[in-house]
Design a protein around this ligand. Structure first.
Ligand code: FES
Length: 156
């Protein structure tokens, strides 16, 4: 999608939601759904349409983990950071994957292959620690098995 198409998608999201009470969230959701992310260069347009500051819009985008300001990678990894998974060692998996991929949460690796997101319970607590990759659940992981999953995806 080129820049003009992105601009049209942002305009359409603004126009179809601007009359709603609390229009910011529906606008952001529609843009996230249509483009896969919320382009930074259009935050000013959204802010201006709603009479908000850019900082306010950025604040909402960064508060919700479902919003991103960069395109997703080919593989989206969701790491559960909720209590059960933390108790079973998810922090080690988190550190290992961040180190291996060279990215933090809500970032995409330079090769465009991996996006890392934090989630708060995947509904798979009995099999903690859990992560999801491209909608597929992986359970009872260790640092080694999580890194092996990444290696497999790189080989595929
Ligand atoms: S706490 Fe991780 S899946 Fe529920």
């Amino acid at each position: 999608m080129n820049d003009e198409q992105k601009r049209l998608a942002v305009d359409a999201a603004i126009q179809s939601n601007i009359s709603l009470e609390g229009a910011l969230l529906p606008i952001l959701h529609q843009i996230q759904n249509d483009l896969g992310y919320i382009p930074n260069q259009h935050v000013a347009d959204i802010a201006s349409a709603l009479n908000l500051s850019r900082a306010e819009v950025h604040g909402v985008i960064s508060f919700y983990h479902s919003f991103t300001t960069s395109p997703h990678g080919k593989h989206v990894i969701e790491i559960c950071r909720a209590e059960s998974c933390q108790a079973m060692g998810s922090e080690k998996i988190e550190a290992a994957l961040k180190h291996k991929l060279g990215i933090d949460y809500q970032q995409t690796s330079d090769d465009g292959e991996f996006t890392l997101n934090a989630v708060y319970c995947l509904g798979n607590c009995a099999c903690s620690p859990s992560i999801k990759i491209n909608s597929q659940m992986h359970s009872r992981l260790t640092e080694e098995s999580a890194l092996e999953l990444i290696a497999e995806l790189k080989r595929s």
